[in-house]
Design a protein around this ligand. Structure first.
Ligand code: FES
Length: 316
């Protein structure tokens, strides 16, 4: 865990608070890749994942954009209402689950609302490396468009889609005139991401060219009916064997047996609970692994994923 100080707080748009963090001892922060996120441990005992939105070339600060969630359980509301400049917090080292594809000849960014945050760091990285990019940025109103001044300066490469000016933009329209060597990167509300994923599939964009960063799980993901409700997990290092009951996750089952493993979101989004899978067939229900990694069946997110076989052996 890294101890940091809130160096600056600035309202970037209606409902979006920009937070700049510097290391408490003044030294450099661990490097991060464009699109990475950190766990922010708030002073009120909560921890939340936030994407880094500054230029990855910077090592003196981490910048976040925190959207005020209407149904906030204390995370974003705390940042908006209680956090003050000078406060001390802790952050995890950055994790990368949403990265620029090096093989892409061009990058098409699609952001909805606060989903602009990881994409902003990708834009900084593209600019620094001279890569071809464009952005479609959908917001409910112009006042809710964070970093509008910075983004407007990029001219026609940034297309704003403002619901209360021109109505909601169809997902297919966000994929207009896409080149075959262009990759798409989408981050925003779940419904928008699901719609873009469907439109991308319908347009023939292969999964390798479509990258998604989710802040919340999609309702669409559920275990198939063929999956056993209850199954065994064996911890290879200790030989401990536990039965995962219907309705509990592997992570919860292990906690019930006194085994605590690293985790953060508990929703299959952040990747922090990933463990090696030694044997058994997993039912992957996370948003972290790609199709190739799922097919390889070598790694498992234990906060949400389940088993298709009677037993899974985990490399912990
Ligand atoms: S705890 Fe975040 S993916 Fe499992």
């Amino acid at each position: 865990m890294i101890e940091v100080i809130v160096a600056r707080l600035e309202r970037e748009a209606e409902g979006v608070m920009g937070v700049e963090l510097v290391r408490a001892d003044g030294s450099a922060l661990p490097p991060f890749e464009a699109g990475a996120h950190v766990d922010l441990h708030l002073g009120n005992g909560l921890s939340r994942q936030y994407s880094l939105c500054n230029d990855p070339a910077e090592s003196h600060r981490y910048c976040l954009g925190v959207g005020l969630a209407a149904d906030s359980r204390g995370g974003s509301r705390f940042v908006h209402e209680c956090l003050r400049q000078g406060d001390r917090l802790a952050v995890s080292s950055p994790r990368s689950l949403f990265s620029l594809a090096h093989e892409a000849k061009a990058h098409r960014f699609i952001a909805g609302g606060i989903g602009i945050t990881p994409i902003l760091s990708m834009i900084h990285a593209c600019e620094r490396a001279g890569l071809r990019w464009s952005l479609d940025y959908a917001v409910r109103s112009r006042g809710r468009a964070a970093w509008i001044g910075l983004l407007s300066a990029f001219g026609p490469r940034v297309r704003f889609h403002v619901d209360d000016e021109s109505g909601r933009t169809e997902a297919a329209a966000l994929l207009h005139e896409i080149d075959t060597d262009e990759h798409i990167y989408c981050c925003g509300p779940t419904a928008m991401m699901d719609a873009v994923a469907l439109a991308a599939e319908a347009s023939g964009i292969t999964p390798e060219r479509a990258h998604f960063e989710r802040f919340a799980p999609s309702d669409a993901k559920a275990a198939s009916e063929a999956v056993p409700a209850s199954f065994a997990v064996v911890l290879a290092h200790s030989g401990k064997r536990c039965i995962v009951e219907a309705g509990e996750s592997i992570l919860e089952c292990l906690e019930r047996h006194g085994v605590t493993l690293p985790h953060s979101c508990r929703e299959g989004l952040c990747g922090s609970c990933g463990v090696p899978l030694i044997s058994g067939e997993a039912e992957h229900l996370d948003y972290v692994l790609d199709d190739t990694e799922r097919a390889a069946n070598r790694r498992l997110m234990i906060c949400v994923s389940r088993s298709r076989s009677p037993e899974l052996v985990l490399g912990v």
